[in-house]
Design a protein around this ligand. Structure first.
Ligand code: NAD
Ligand code: MG
Length: 282
């Protein structure tokens, strides 16, 4: 019989389930000017129901792309995103399921293809985080949950998506400032975000001959449901950045538009640091 673990399983709080946020995040700036930069393209965005993913979905729609979003269980959030995408004049397919399951990673891509027939822009973005101040409090269950959610699906969804992607198409991965400077509260999460940087750089080299570009965005503190759902105190959130405030999703998504469009045609394997001015290496 195996010995009971020193680190018992704990209930892991899922982030952002229809979390009421006060104030509401800004999804797109009233001043945003679109220019049909993604006309005729199809995008698949994981974690597209809320936060940064929702904002990316709406910006892509404003640029003329059709959008499929993958989310865990937040139906109301997803429906709201669909409404916003439709208001922007485009179409939004909702795909609900757990990306920790390899079969669902395949299904998600297949549903997008069955519906839209093409896939040109893959945004790997879904994630969870469970802040802990002591590594002894990071249970094996938490470790598994964090890595299986935050990094495995980046590989698995990409692998499936590449069956349908061609020259000119792009992959954009969401990492984090924590990958570059570490985070003493998010030791496991930061590890997955570092893996995403190495994944992006490696895959960019692999796919350069196929003319598929692979880049990423490394956000700093951004006001999304993930934040009040996982941090006990959010009063100081973002105050320690050089700009002295948290960012809005509306300030992050334009970086994805740039990386998805022809405007970034000579850029691959790189990260854009949308972090309020923190200088980090890489
Ligand atoms: P969010 O909670 O609004 O979005 C994350 C989404 O991921 C959730 O809505 C959920 O539906 C989805 N998801 C989680 N587990 C899933 C699973 N097993 N299967 C399917 N979907 C799942 O939070 P956000 O802040 O917009 O996060 C988006 C990305 O930005 C994440 O990769 C996060 O690490 C990154 N990021 C956020 C911040 C920040 O301050 N908000 C900073 C740096 C990086
Ligand atoms: Mg959500």
């Amino acid at each position: 019989m195996s010995k009971p673990s020193k680190f018992p399983d704990q209930k892991l709080k899922q982030p952002g389930d229809q979390h009421k946020m006060n104030p509401e995040p800004e999804i797109i700036s009233k001043k945003y000017k679109s220019a049909n930069k993604l006309k005729g393209k199809t995008a698949l965005i994981t974690g597209g129901d809320s936060g940064i993913g929702r904002s990316v979905a709406v910006h892509f729609a404003r640029e003329g792309a059709r959008v499929a979003i993958v989310y865990l269980e937040e139906d109301k959030d997803a429906q709201k995103t669909r409404q916003l995408v439709e208001d922007a004049g485009s179409e939004c397919l909702l795909i609900c399921g757990d990306l920790k399951k390899e079969s669902f990673c395949r299904q998600a891509v297949n549903k997008c293809i069955d519906h839209f027939e093409t896939l040109n822009i893959l945004v790997n973005n879904a994630a969870v985080q469970f802040p802990k101040d002591d590594i002894k409090d990071i249970s094996s269950q938490q470790l598994k949950e964090t890595f299986e959610t935050n990094i495995y699906p980046y590989y698995l969804v990409t692998r499936e998506a590449l069956d349908h992607m061609k020259a000119g198409d792009v992959i954009i991965n969401t990492s984090s400032v924590t990958a570059y400077r570490g985070s003493k509260h998010l030791v496991d999460y930061a590890g997955t975000k570092g893996a995403i940087v190495a994944f992006t750089r490696s895959l960019s080299g692999m796919l350069a001959p196929k003319k598929i570009r692979v880049n990423g965005v490394a956000p700093g503190p951004i006001w999304t449901p993930l934040i009040p759902a996982t941090f006990d105190d959010v009063t100081d959130f973002g105050q320690d950045t050089p700009m002295g405030r948290a960012g809005q999703p509306s300030e992050v998504a334009p970086a994805y538009v740039f990386l998805a469009s022809e405007d970034s045609s000579y850029i691959t394997g790189q990260f854009i640091h949308v972090n309020g001015g923190e200088i980090i290496g890489g």
